[in-house]
Design a protein around this ligand. Structure first.
Ligand code: HGY
Ligand code: MN
Ligand code: MN
Length: 410
């Protein structure tokens, strides 16, 4: 087995032990586990000859030790945060492949016309504050300061969380990278889907990244005694939510490529002998075409209003975050496909249904994404896994990509 892939997989295991929840991998923004992950990966950045630092939002960055002002940087990386009860590879694999790519380029002794840097974004999943891409939006200069007022389930504001994570909520602009400082961004990531496995390929090139609508939907009924309230007199918020969730599923089934998910629901007061007075749920709607996604959200808003009206309830419909579909840089993507063809029988191009920091970075600098086959396409689940041979192919492709890009900049 390729020793470089072996080291990456050993590091994946070590990193996966840094969790805020015993017995599962959960590492959310600003948690002590994220702090320990930054420390551990910081050691690996240093071993690769990079100088680690943490920026004002908590992104971990490994830069070339000697920074000459005029040299631009090719940024490699992905995110270090995870979903709840996550797999080990979603995010960390891209950071570790970035580090291994820097080590491999250094070992070649080739003088590159640009610096290489590696970033581990602090929050791509948005689990704690329900807004995705906190880290990459600060880097790209698209962070919305109003998001600092968002509160987590414990009522802690993002502003407080940034400060207690050692960041500086008042100085997030200092973490912005000027577009002129970059030649591009390359993210390697597990596919989180079945295509590469079906085609029996180790890697594939990403063409576009699907847009997302994330919302909070609250049905406001009336709490009551489960034993004495006749069915005809109830305003059961949880029943309204249940009806809406099935409407979400049937709406998404109507359109090819449309996906809609209610991932979390909270019923209050949440006692077995009390009719739910309120039910709050998260809604995640995606499609490669923004217009299709937006009309699906509008149709679901109408459905929610109708359910609330017929059940004599109120509805609180709160958009949390909208991100448009994004195309990767065609020139960089062609270069990446060319590198893939040196290591694979053919290079396939595929869209990403999952969101990635690359979607944000594409607004700052030319961006390319490399997908790596993952077993049964499973992700956001402890069964997430990759083959060592595919990790080795991905690394070779990334090094090839750097070589080709260097030739273009010489
Ligand atoms: O939700 C997503 O698509 C990504 O995993 N954050
Ligand atoms: Mn990811
Ligand atoms: Mn993810």
């Amino acid at each position: 087995m390729d020793p470089r892939a072996t080291q990456i997989l050993q590091r994946i295991e070590e990193l996966a032990r840094l969790s805020e929840t015993p017995g599962q991998l959960t590492r959310t923004y600003g948690s002590p586990a994220m702090g320990r992950a930054n420390q551990l990966v910081g050691q690996w950045l240093r071993a690769a000859g990079l100088t680690p630092s943490v920026d004002a939002i908590g992104n971990l960055i490994g830069r070339a030790p000697v920074k000459t002002a005029k040299r631009k940087t090719l940024l490699l990386g992905s995110h270090l945060d995870t979903v709840r009860n996550a797999g080990k590879f979603d995010g960390p694999l891209g950071v570790l492949l970035g580090i291994a790519c820097v080590e491999a380029c250094r070992a070649e002794g080739r003088q590159l016309p640009f610096d290489l840097a590696v970033i581990g974004f602090a929050d791509e999943e948005g689990v704690r504050f329900q807004t995705t891409y906190l880290g990459s939006r600060v880097v790209a200069g698209t962070f919305a300061p109003k998001d600092l007022t968002r509160r987590d389930a414990a009522g802690i504001s993002l502003r407080e969380a940034v400060a207690s994570f050692g960041g500086n909520p008042g100085k997030l602009s200092t973490a912005r990278w000027p577009a002129t400082s970059l030649v591009g961004y390359l993210e390697a990531h597990i596919e989180q889907g079945p295509v590469l496995e079906q085609k029996d390929l180790s890697v594939g090139v990403v063409t576009s990244i699907s847009g997302q609508s994330r919302l909070l939907v609250e049905f406001i009924g009336r709490a009551g005694h489960a034993g004495t309230t006749p069915m005809s007199l109830r305003a059961d918020a949880l029943c309204a939510a249940a009806e809406f969730i099935l409407a979400v599923e049937s709406q998404a089934r109507k359109k090819a490529g449309l996906v809609a998910t209610v991932g979390r629901i909270q019923a209050e007061p949440g006692a077995s002998n009390v009719i739910s007075g309120t039910a709050t749920l998260t809604l995640d709607v995606r499609h490669q075409a923004d217009a299709t996604r937006e009309s699906a959200v509008a149709a679901l808003q109408q459905a929610a209003h109708k359910i609330a009206r017929l059940r004599k309830m109120q509805l609180h419909w709160q958009p949390v975050q909208q991100t448009s579909s994004v195309h990767c840089s065609p020139p960089l993507t062609r270069l990446l496909a060319h590198a893939v063809r040196h290591h694979e029988p053919r290079s396939v191009a595929l869209p990403s249904g999952a969101g990635h920091d690359a979607a944000v970075m594409a607004g700052l600098t030319p961006t390319a994404m490399l997908f790596i086959r993952c077993k049964n396409g499973v992700s956001h689940h402890p069964d997430e896994s990759v083959k060592p041979g595919d990790v080795a192919v991905a690394l070779d492709v990334m090094v090839d990509f750097v070589r080709q890009l260097a030739r273009q900049h010489e």
